[in-house]
Design a protein around this ligand. Structure first.
Ligand SMILES: [Zn+2]
Length: 294
């Protein structure tokens, strides 16, 4: 699932490629990607609107339109946006048959186009989503603010300090891994980065959050910022489906230390990486470097 670095990568790409353009036409290959209203109603409202900004909050992508409207997008498991020239062609079942960019034609992760926005700058914005969990909603500014209100602080917010993280963790008796992934507590961290952050901090994923000492909280805080920004620099992790708006994978996966490295040697101690389930999610850690505290 795209997490903060992946959604931010898409946001940065779209900021350069689609802001200032107008939506000319929307074509849904899978109309159910639109939530709350029938696709026709959505298309009528979106067509003719200008794209004035692209933002990210937690793992949500927000495309701000003229007239106080917003496309609120959650990419869920496998959703990603691709930008191509508007003469590119996609079959009814979402496969590229004509495109200048070879990644669109050859990478199988890009062959699940569900919706296309044709823009007035000669480009199209298409979403590929293998699993069909991604969604798009059209919401006004008020609904958007209400929806985003439930999220915890962003790791890169200026007022998100180690002290603030300590306050959040002190209130939680649940496993630290679960708290890191809880979007209402801290926004944008999911399974990949929670595993990497805890390994780098030498904290066992099952440690109750309120049992962490000040040094451990500080380590988690620093490592979260370091690892997320490192991944952003490398345009995200593509160990599964993630692709950028050119249809290309990010390269942070090559630099990961524990995530999906079960039985491979820990880069610090050489012992085998273990896999357990925490909150229903596969969790990877080093039993030697990350000692359990009960
Ligand atoms: Zn180790």
């Amino acid at each position: 699932m795209p997490e903060l670095p992946e959604v931010e990568t898409i946001k940065n790409d779209l900021d350069k490629k689609i802001v200032g353009t107008k939506i000319v036409l929307v074509n849904a290959l899978w109309p159910d990607i639109i939530k709350d209203v029938p696709f026709e109603v959505f298309a009528r409202q979106a067509e003719g609107q200008k794209i004035i900004a692209v933002q990210r909050r937690a793992k949500n992508l927000i495309i701000k339109l003229s007239g106080g409207l917003n496309l609120l997008i959650h990419l869920k498991m496998t959703g990603h946006f691709l930008v191509a020239e508007d003469s590119a062609e996609v079959t009814k079942d979402g496969k590229w048959v004509k495109a200048k960019n070879k990644h669109l034609l050859t990478d199988k992760q890009n062959q699940f186009i569900r919706i296309i926005f044709y823009l007035d700058n000669g480009k199209m914005l298409a979403m590929s989503d293998l699993r069909k969990f991604a969604y798009i909603k059209l919401v006004d500014d008020k609904e958007l603010a209400k929806f985003l209100d439930k999220y915890g602080p962003e790791p890169f917010d200026k007022d998100f300090t180690a002290e603030k993280l300590g306050e959040i963790l002190a209130k939680k008796k649940t496993a630290i891994k679960k708290v890191l992934m809880d979007q209402s507590q801290i926004a944008g961290i999911g399974n990949i980065y929670a595993d990497e952050i805890l390994w780098a901090s030498r904290v066992h994923p099952l440690t109750p959050a309120n049992k962490l000492n000040a040094e451990e909280v500080e380590a988690i805080y620093e490592n979260a910022k370091k690892i997320l920004s490192e991944s952003l620099k490398r345009r995200g992790t593509s160990t599964s489906d993630f692709r950028d708006t050119e249809g290309k994978p990010g390269t942070f996966g090559e630099f990961r230390n524990v995530y999906r490295r079960t039985d491979l040697p820990c880069p610090v101690c050489g012992g085998p990486i273990a896999r357990i389930t925490v909150g229903g999610r596969g969790t990877h850690f080093c039993p030697r470097c990350q000692k359990e505290i009960k």
